[in-house]
Write a protein that binds this ligand. Structure first.
Ligand code: 2IT
Length: 441
């Protein structure tokens, strides 16, 4: 860690993600001198390669705009590079390195053969028109296409990149590469190679995992009040499945504040989340404007200020601080399943784990998204499409398996389960073993 800090000063998110994994695997690592000898950790924390490129496009006023695009190909020990693209004004190499690093272990947990990657741009979709989004995606792909391929590196969506963006990206890829293999991107439209249930998969998988965790603890989700942060694709899928399982989603949030929904989110509200996402306004207050009786908006507050049993961070890294964790606990919350990547700050995780709040980390909880991307790749490669039930059954099976791996590697001497350790050690062992077997490369 000291060497990494000196080499990459200021890469806050990246160093935070590495620190968490290294702390978790320390004991196991020390029991394997062959890992040490092959310098597995030193190799594993460095991305295989990072592509950086300029993206120039023209906005609706005819003005030329320039952004920076990236693809971080982190690790290919267990399969081709796989991971999403994030379009957000705060994107930096540090952010994409942390995401690519996390993705490597997450993908290892899915049981599918996928390496880890992440990419994106500091392009800010907020306030952009549909035409601007299309022109940006096309300009971005003019560079990215040379870095990716259905057997090399398969991007998908992340924050700021959904089905619409994947459509524009694929259209340009096809034109440039003259290659009509839809397997180069996942999260595609359902009429052109997209998997049924991929849009829902991150949220659905997160709730399957949460159910497993609750059952293991002798609890049931039925009747629980759930606070969700965000209102994007992940939050949307989580709201659908939580409601279907008999829980009550009492809050969603945005950068502008929180919408409290005392009687629980309705189908109409869940559908409206899609409209809000497509508007690029990035405002959750729009929900309260649309459903004034049922939703109460409070500016500047987070979802964690609302009384709940279960907290589901579904928005952005470090969105839940130690103070938020204390407030949740004081208000009766007893479980937090992290759905966003590294959604909880280290102090929050520490507080949960030492104060009897069940906690599971994003790389286990949210892995259903990329797992279903893997299922989309399988369907594309075999030129078939599965029914919703087939995909859902497979997703459910994968989430059960991820939970089992966490239990296997995370059960402590006192019988409690440390899901952070469990997920990190399970992912690490798989990647480390593969690297070892493939020699010094
Ligand atoms: O963080 C994630 O796992 C994703 N954004 C999904 C990646 C993917 O390739 O489906």
């Amino acid at each position: 860690m000291a060497r990494l800090q000196a080499k990459y000063p200021g890469e806050k998110e990246y160093l935070q993600a590495v620190q968490e994994v290294l702390e978790s695997v320390e004991d196991v690592y020390n029991q394997h001198p062959e890992f040490e000898q092959a310098k597995i950790v030193e190799r594993m924390v460095e991305p295989d390669r990072i592509f950086t490129f300029r993206v120039t496009w023209v906005d609706d006023n005819g003005e030329v705009q320039t952004n920076t695009g990236y693809r971080v190909q982190f690790n290919s020990a267990i399969g081709p590079y796989k991971g999403g693209l994030r379009f957000h004004r705060a994107v930096t190499p540090s952010m994409l390195k942390f995401l690519g690093f996390e993705q490597t272990f997450k993908n290892a947990l899915t049981t599918l053969p996928m390496g880890g990657a992440k990419g994106g741009s500091d392009f800010d979709p907020v306030g952009k028109s549909n035409d601007e989004i299309m022109r940006f995606c096309q300009a971005f792909m003019m560079e990215l296409w040379q870095c990716i391929g259905p057997d090399q590196d398969i991007p998908a969506g992340d924050v700021g990149v959904g089905g619409r963006e994947i459509g524009y990206l694929y259209g340009m890829y096809k034109k440039l590469a003259r290659e009509y293999n839809t397997g180069v991107l996942t999260g595609k439209g359902s009429t052109w190679g997209g998997s049924i249930l991929r849009p829902e998969a991150t949220g659905f998988g997160a709730l399957y995992f949460t159910q497993n965790l609750l059952h293991k603890a002798g609890k049931d989700i039925k009747g629980c009040r759930v606070a969700v942060s965000g209102f994007g694709n992940v939050a949307w899928g989580a709201c659908i499945k939580a409601t279907e399982l008999g829980a009550k989603v009492v809050a969603i949030s945005g950068p502008d504040g929180v919408c409290e929904i005392p009687d629980g989110i309705t189908k109409e509200m869940i559908d409206y989340m899609l409209v809000m996402r497509a508007s690029n306004r990035n405002r959750v207050e729009d929900m309260a404007d649309k459903f004034p009786g049922a939703c109460k908006f409070t500016a500047g507050k987070k979802a964690w200020s609302v009384k709940c049993d279960i907290a589901l961070p579904c928005a952005f890294q470090n969105e839940l601080s130690e103070d938020d964790a204390r407030e949740l606990k004081a208000n009766g919350c007893w479980c937090c399943c992290e759905v966003s990547n590294m959604g909880c700050q280290p102090g929050a995780i520490h507080f949960f784990q030492h104060n009897g709040v069940l906690f599971a980390p994003g790389k286990a909880v949210n892995a259903g998204g990329v797992a279903t991307s893997g299922l989309e790749m399988t369907q594309n490669a075999s030129h078939i499409s599965w029914s919703g039930k087939e995909v859902d059954d497979k997703l459910h099976f994968i989430m059960d398996s991820i939970h089992e791996q966490c239990v296997k590697y995370g059960t402590q001497p006192d019988g409690t389960i440390d899901y952070v350790k469990g997920a990190n050690i399970a992912g690490f062992m798989k990647v480390a073993t593969a690297m070892l077997e493939q020699g010094t490369i």
